[in-house]
Write a protein that binds this ligand. Structure first.
Ligand code: VGL
Ligand code: ZN
Length: 217
């Protein structure tokens, strides 16, 4: 649904910048095509928001989402884990490594919180709110509610995984939720982009462009 008129971020609004990390950028272990194209738009967007939260994919070595943890499996294959289907990835965003660092090109000194996720060895977490078992919470919902935010704006990497799941869970938690499409880029493996779009639209997440935000890109 198109948003009517410009959105002026205020104290009810928080921007969640999802996983803009070295491993998801060109040259990284799980580089998202054109991933560095989000940096300029996100820096401009962030300057329009008083309240910004970052997420950081943060896996222990040998994480269950790594193909290397499953004998005979290759990246981008899908396997069944105890909580459901899991896409297998190249090793990425390993705790404490250079690849896990948030990009130095992000200029968001006023970001207020960094939420790490995916740190449980046996459970992936695309969403900044809830792990892939759909029950283990990161605490982000409580944090945002305690601070009184009403609207959540999501952008970053990758559109079809961590951005989409974070937005879907924000909507499920009762926030009015927006996915800023031109400040995000996707991986698009096995039709994941089309599926993710269906899912976030069905969840009531609104798709917008950064230009719809006053002071944005
Ligand atoms: C992501 C795949 C694996 C993401 C994280 O940030 O979208 N994708 N881990
Ligand atoms: Zn990951």
């Amino acid at each position: 649904m198109a948003e009517q008129g410009p959105i002026r971020p205020d104290d009810r609004d928080v921007l969640i910048v999802v996983d803009v990390q070295v491993d998801f950028l060109p040259g990284g272990a799980l580089a998202v095509p054109d991933g560095d194209a989000v940096i300029g738009p996100i820096n401009r967007l962030a300057s329009a928001f008083r309240h910004v939260v970052l997420t950081q994919d943060w896996h222990p070595p040998g994480h269950a989402s790594f193909a290397s943890s499953h004998a005979g499996r290759q990246p981008f294959e899908v396997i069944a884990l105890h909580y459901g289907p899991q896409v297998l990835w190249p090793d990425h965003c390993v705790q404490g490594t250079a690849g896990a660092e948030i990009s130095r090109d992000l200029q968001i000194p006023h970001a207020q919180l960094i939420v790490r996720k995916g740190y449980n060895a046996g459970i992936d977490s695309y969403s900044g709110f809830r792990e892939a078992d759909r029950t283990t919470s990161t605490g982000l919902e409580g944090y945002l509610k305690e601070r009184g935010f009403k609207r959540v704006f999501c952008a970053g990497l990758a559109t079809d995984f961590c951005v989409a799941w974070t937005a879907i869970d924000a909507a499920g938690a009762g926030f009015e939720t927006f996915l800023i499409e031109d400040a995000s880029r996707g991986i698009d493996t096995n039709g994941s982009m089309a599926r993710a779009r269906n899912d976030w639209e069905a969840a009531g997440v609104r798709t917008i462009g950064g230009s719809q935000i006053d002071g944005g890109p």
